[in-house]
Design a protein around this ligand. Structure first.
Ligand code: PEP
Ligand code: MN
Length: 263
């Protein structure tokens, strides 16, 4: 069902007024984690002003260490929904647990399945049953085949609104957090009808690399971008080193416009 053979034309996925897989290249921006109303509100105003079409913010954070900030959970969902309504930006957040799917779907316009859960089949089956679009991130060690099979789980379960997201894979390189595999953009477009977006923030782990990789992703044909933005990255509770300041994000959005014109 996920393959190009099953459906020749591109699938378009609508999240309220934002369409993935059409001509536009929507940018999802926001902090790694929702930390406070003030933090998210400031970020949302700035990214909207710069041209972002959707707001992100994690309420349930899948952290490597159990001692790291785990997210504000339900309070984070409430803040995200409130700020989304105030700014008119549709919101996306990650769901990490089958028991939280209904709750998260009540607050978010799009659900994110994170890299660590790409093959959490119970979770895939659960999001297949809700009527909200799903952003399916590529697992840290997932092949393209495994990734498309994960999308297949969601589609066969009844939810066709799937957007794929390349966020880098594990390699021997340690200087970057992950190795961003931009070759999957044209490859997925050949193999599948689903839209594919790119997350250069987790893909590199370093804010200086985010802009160049975002531009390369658009040049490669990506249907959108996911970019972490924090108003004060040095004090961020998660992923500060890869977060753009609002000023840097604004600059990038201007540079992206020229590249989007050319592709
Ligand atoms: C995130 O988007 O904040 C996140 C945790 O991403 P990933 O699942 O790609 O690591
Ligand atoms: Mn993050």
């Amino acid at each position: 069902l996920a393959s190009r053979e099953f459906r020749r034309e591109d699938t378009q996925v609508a999240v309220k007024n934002v369409i993935f897989g059409a001509k536009e290249i929507p940018v999802i921006a926001g902090p790694c984690a929702v930390e406070s109303y003030e933090q998210l509100h400031q970020t949302a105003i700035a990214v909207k002003q710069a041209g972002a079409r959707m707001l992100r913010g994690g309420a349930y954070k899948p952290r490597t260490s159990p001692y790291s900030f785990q997210g504000l959970e339900k309070e984070g969902l409430e803040i995200l929904q409130a700020v989304g309504r105030e700014t008119g930006l549709p919101v996306i957040t990650e769901v990490t647990d089958t028991r939280a799917v209904e709750l998260v779907a009540d607050y978010a316009d799009m659900l994110q399945i994170g890299a660590r859960n790409m093959q959490n089949f119970a979770l895939l089956k659960e999001v297949a049953q809700i009527k909200k679009p799903v952003l399916l991130k590529r697992g840290v060690s997932a092949t393209v085949e495994e990734w498309l099979m994960a999308a297949e789980y969601i589609m066969v379960g009844g939810n066709e609104a799937v957007v794929l997201c390349e966020r880098g894979i594990r390699s021997f390189e340690t200087y970057t957090r992950n190795t961003l595999d931009l070759s999957v953009v044209p490859l997925i477009k050949h193999l599948s009808h689903f839209p594919i977006i790119v997350d250069p923030s987790h893909g590199t782990g370093k804010w200086r690399l985010v802009g160049p990789m975002a531009k390369a992703a658009v040049a490669a044909g990506a249907d959108g971008l996911l970019i972490e933005v924090h108003p004060w990255p040095e004090d961020a509770l998660s992923d500060g080193p890869q977060s753009l300041t609002p000023a840097n994000f604004n600059q990038l959005m201007q540079e992206l416009a020229d590249i989007a014109q050319a592709v």
